[in-house]
Design a protein around this ligand. Structure first.
Ligand SMILES: C[S@@+](CC[C@H](N)C(=O)[O-])C[C@H]1O[C@@H](n2cnc3c(N)ncnc32)[C@H](O)[C@@H]1O
Length: 430
């Protein structure tokens, strides 16, 4: 398929997303099933263009004066990829399957690229109804934070120190131009192609042998701040597929006991295989069983409980731009109640002097500081560990630069740290 045919296909997919409210991954899958001639490379290019359009949906629509799927895709080609209207006209004319070339008004909009007078939610490409929450979190910097969240995410890997060090991983992945990440000590970053695609790292021998795992640098930092130590009793309460479980296990060096739990059995399913590949030998998976308190024997015994809470995922919009336009206020209320419940379930497991570490991949204060404040009212025996102290404990005092204004938690974000957005608050049970 030609680049022009990719643009035409991207308009078709986006029409499904915009007009029929289909989730983008489903619309892309359906398009692929209906167009069997398209290879995996073509499908990846079409997906990349659809996601570029969704990431910057509001600012593209403002500049183009339209939010039609066609305007959004032409705008993504222009503003995310730097194509001029003339280049598009030439490329579209040379292809049998192509959108109509930009007309006079579209060409003028592309050339002007004007964002004059646009409000913060347009400049920052986030839903207007979240403006107050963004203002609360970032004040005058909210448009810049939003704009950073609207850029493409890098491809980050975590080196599994149970299998080797970062130098070994960098050598194993040198053909992919792997570089160390700026903040996490075991992070490796792989550059993307110009159209935003990453190489299939999961097929690399280094991945198959468990030397590296795909994990955003912000998620690596969250697990690092939890400071799981060899010999400890550690519970990963909301383990999901185990991204952070594996990182906690690596810091424990296979000494002590690590328990992984999740209220949703299906989410835990990949963890066994991932742990085996990672060489993790001190992991017990405590699957949920209807009406059975599967963690009861751990009450008051854990040195550390990690609550990687369910959240709106606003911090991961770079990877999931569809989600930001789908999010509704009701979803936030539901997540907040789940966060409170998970925190309460965690509190009973922590032993005296032990730690509870609360993590979300959200940037909204309602899911972060406000949940911690409400938790402390319900559980006055827990007090935050200052970010400066937490950073020093893990031998990374420079991470204190990402402390929240109160100094009682960390906030990472694409603009602040070049990572996905993560809130991390460590508390000690006194
Ligand atoms: C952000 S995801 C976890 C991601 C995972 N820790 C990782 O790093 O890959 C949140 C998880 O919390 C689980 N969850 C929600 N409420 C829970 C609760 N009260 N107890 C345990 N798990 C819960 C959800 O099923 C979901 O898998």
């Amino acid at each position: 398929m030609t680049p022009a045919a990719h643009a035409l296909a991207a308009i078709e997919v986006l029409t499904e997303v915009e007009d029929r409210r289909a989730p983008a991954p489903q619309a892309l899958k359906d398009w692929g099933a209906a167009h069997r001639f398209a290879g995996s490379g073509d499908r990846a290019r079409i997906a990349s263009l659809v996601y570029d359009a969704l990431r910057a949906r509001a600012s593209i629509a403002w500049r183009m004066g339209s939010d039609s799927p066609r305007a959004l895709i032409l705008g993504a080609l222009a503003f995310a990829r730097g194509r001029t209207a003339e280049e598009m006209t030439a490329a579209f004319a040379a292809s049998q399957h192509a959108p109509a070339p930009p007309d006079e008004a579209e060409s003028a909009a592309i050339a002007a690229a004007a964002l004059d007078g646009a409000p913060p939610h347009v400049l920052g490409d986030y839903p207007e109804w979240l403006d107050a929450a963004f203002a609360d979190a970032f004040g005058d910097a909210r448009a810049e934070e939003g704009a950073a969240l609207a850029r493409r995410a890098p491809l980050d890997l975590r080196v599994n120190v149970l299998k080797g060090d970062r130098d070994k991983a960098l050598r194993a992945l040198s053909h992919l131009k792997a570089e160390p990440t700026p903040h996490a000590p075991f992070g490796v970053r792989i550059p993307l192609t110009d159209d935003g695609r990453g190489p299939p790292v999961q097929s690399e021998p280094a991945h198959l042998k468990g030397l590296v795992e795909v994990q955003d640098e912000g998620s690596q930092l969250a697990a690092l701040i939890a400071a799981a130590a060899p010999g400890e009793q550690v519970v990963d309460l909301c383990a999901g597929a185990g991204g952070k479980t594996l990182a906690l296990g690596a810091s424990m060096g296979n000494r002590g006991q690590l328990y992984a739990h999740d209220s949703d059995l299906r989410r835990l399913a990949p963890l066994n295989d991932r742990a085996a590949r990672a060489g993790l030998r001190n992991l017990q998976i405590r699957s949920p069983r209807r009406d059975e308190p599967v963690l009861a024997d751990l009450e008051g015994r854990a040195d550390l409980v990690l609550v990687d809470a369910p959240c709106t995922g606003t911090g991961t919009w770079r990877r999931n731009p569809d989600a930001k336009w789908r999010m509704r206020p009701g979803a936030l209320e539901i997540r907040m109640a789940e966060q409170d419940a998970a925190l309460d379930a965690a509190a009973v497991l922590v032993k005296e002097g032990g730690r509870l570490v609360y993590v979300t991949c959200s940037l909204l204060p309602a899911e972060n500081e406000a949940r911690i404040a409400a938790f402390r009212e319900r559980h006055p025996g827990f007090a935050p560990i200052a970010a400066r102290e937490a950073a020093t404990t893990i031998g990374a005092p420079e991470l204190a630069a990402f402390a929240t204004t109160s100094g009682e938690a960390f906030l990472f974000s694409p603009r602040r740290s070049g990572t996905d957005g993560f809130f991390v608050c460590a508390l000690r049970r006194t």
